[in-house]
Every structure is written in C-alpha cells, then in structure tokens.
Design a protein around this ligand. Sequence first.
Ligand code: NAP
Length: 225
Amino acid sequence: MTVPTPQTASAAVQLPVALIVAATHASLGIGRAGTLPWRLPTDMALFRLVTSAPGGSTASSQPAVVMGRKSWESIPKKFRPLRNRVNVVLSRTVTDFGPGTHTFSSLSQALSALSPTPPPASTIPPVSSIYIIGGAEIYTEAFKHPATSRVFLTTVYADEEALQCDTFLPDFRSTGEWEQKPTADLRRLLNDLECHEAVQLIPEDGDRVKENGLEYAFSLWEKRR
Ligand SMILES: NC(=O)c1ccc[n+]([C@@H]2O[C@H](COP(=O)([O-])OP(=O)(O)OC[C@H]3O[C@@H](n4cnc5c(N)ncnc54)[C@H](OP(=O)(O)O)[C@@H]3O)[C@@H](O)[C@H]2O)c1
C-alpha cells in the first residue's frame, strides 16, 4: 500500500502516459456488466506485450499499469497482479488491494509517484513507462491529464446493438486534440519500445484481424502539440 505525501501529490509527472484500450468503432463501447464484451486473443496478446515491454528500461525497472478498482476486480484472481508490471489501483474507498499492488486515491497522485528513480523511502519500484489500462472512469480522467500523450486503440467493428456495451470511452477522436498516426508509425514505435513480438501481430497495411466472429484493427493516436 502507498500513502502519498503532499510532496508526491504535487510533483510533476516524470514519464509520458499512454492509454491502451479496445473500443467499438461507432460508440466507443468498452465494457458490459463489469467485464469485456468480447474475447479477442490477439488483442490480449498485444496488450500483454506492449504493457510489459522493457522500452529501454534498466534491469530493475518495469512498466506500470494504472487501473480503476472495478477493472482490477474484473481481472481473474489467478492473473493478478499482472506479471512483470507495477500494478497501480485507484480507489477512493479501498486502501490496499494486496501484495504486488500500489493504491492511490487520485490519478494525479499516482502518476506523480511513478518514477524511473523513486526516492529511497518509496515503496514503489522504479518505473520505465506508464500505461492507463481502464476502465471508463480512469480513461476519462486520463484523457484530461496533461501527461497523457498517446493512445493505443484497438477498434472493434461489430454490431453495436448486439454487443450491448454499457461502458464507453469519451469520443476523444472528435475533439481535434488527437491525431491518428499511420500504421507504419505504430510499428516503428513498438520497435523503439523493444516490443518486437508485438509488431508481428500488427498487419502492415492496417488490415483488420478477424477473431471469434469480430473484426478489429490496431491504431496509434497522439496528442497534437
Ligand atoms: N475494452 C477495454 O479495453 C477495457 C479496459 C479496461 C476495462 N474495461 C471495462 O470497463 C469496465 C469498468 O470501467 P468503470 O468505468 O466501470 O470502472 P473503473 O474505471 O475500472 O473503476 C472505477 C473505480 O475506480 C475508482 N476511481 C475512479 N476514478 C478515480 C479517481 N480519480 N481517483 C481514485 N479512484 C478512482 C473508484 O473506486 P472506488 O469505488 O473503490 O472508490 C471507481 O469506482 C468493465 O466493464 C471493464 O471490463 C474495458
């Protein structure tokens, strides 16, 4: 458990922040009844590879995954905390989610406390990169945070009525603040992040992946400067 001090709460965020999310094309649906509305193995593999990529980190640092309490609870117990990542859970009601987790009561406090070189007294290990992994409440706040600069978006093309999503992303695509980058840029970025296995999962020409009766495509969005 982490109890942030006023100093860490006001400190600047030291690492760029990326969102990673799968959402439907039209309404940006991301969840249903507290869980994912689909099972997309290639997308899950990409999620695992991207959020665990060393990305030039030192041997002692790991990427951090930041999630809301409900998303934490939606991860099957046998898979949590997520391996090879610093697990950060946000809650205003729960102060400890058990071994291998770090809890904060605000997103900005959490982001400020994640550092490649934490102070010696910190209970949080060194962090190489920060990924916001959901759910809607945390994504919505993260979109407004100045340190958020990148979105790894999996767009799911589906019969939206049939999927019956009840949880949605805000439509960041229509704000004009975000720019979709070419697939070649996504592949280049993943190579830069030393995430070479993930590159193999991404069709070169931006083609859709077909799995379990659904089609989906990977994209990279960056905040306009
Ligand atoms: N498609 C995807 O890529 C994806 C990814 C992740 C999740 N999901 C889906 O999204 C759904 C869950 O999303 P959700 O929006 O309902 O829940 P959530 O964002 O995962 O968690 C919400 C909880 O987080 C805590 N919280 C929220 N904002 C906070 C803040 N600023 N500071 C501190 N704590 C904060 C609160 O916990 P307390 O109530 O304890 O205070 C709140 O109840 C599920 O269906 C899940 O499967 C989809």
